[in-house]
Design a protein around this ligand. Sequence first.
Ligand code: MN3
Length: 236
Amino acid sequence: MDKRTFLKTSSLLTMATLVEPFSACTTAKNNTFRGEFSLPPLAYAVDALEPHFDKMTMEIHHDRHHATYVQRLNEAIKNTTFAEMSLEEIMSKITDKDNAIRNNGGGHYNHTFFWNSLSPKPTSPQGKLSEALTATFGSLDKFKTNFGDAAKSVFGSGWAWLCVGKDKKLFITTTPNQDNPLMINIAKQVGTPILGLDVWEHAYYLKYQNKRADYINAFWNVINWEEVSKRMIAAS
Ligand code: MN3
C-alpha cells in the first residue's frame, strides 16, 4: 500500500468509526488531508448572515463556486507532486507555470479561509488584535477605511487581505483572481493572511449589483473577530 492509498484508507476508516457527522470530520481534515480535497461545510446556516450576506448568494457561492474549485483542484493535482501536499504546501510551492492548480488551489484555500472568517454572532476585535490594529492603522475605523479602499481598488476579480508580515507587523494587500499572500512565488506582498474579503462579483452581485462599497460595508457586520485574533496570535 503506497503512502497516498494508506492515508486515504486510514482517513476513511477514521471517518467510519466516528459517531460525529461525516462533515465534521472532513472539515477538520480538510487542510491536511493529502491526495484529495473536499468541500468543507459551512459552520453556520446559509441564511445565518442575512441581511448582510444573502442566502442565495451564500448557497451559490459555497455549493457551486467553491465546490467547482475543489473539483478542479483535484483534477489538476492528479498524478503530480502536488497530490502529496497539504493545501498550505501547495500555496507555498505554486508558480505561474501551474495555472490550473494556482487558480483552483487558491480558490479552495481562499474560500475555506473566507467562510471561517465569518460569523452570524456579532464580535469585535479584542486584546492583542485590537491593540495591533490601533497601533498599525491609528484606530479600528481607520483600519476599516484602509481595508475598504484596498478592496474597492481591486480591478476586476480578486481579494483584499489583512496579513501578518515576516516582521510580525500587520499590513493590508490585495491579490488578483484567486491568488493569495501565501503564494510566495507569485504574490507582490507575502504574509500570513488573518482576514480576507472576496471581491469577485459572484460574492455580491445578486444583492448589491455593482455597489461593491455597500458589500464591503456589510462585511464589517459578519466578521468572526475571534477567529481573526486566533490567526494573528498563531502567526505572531
Ligand atoms: Mn468567491
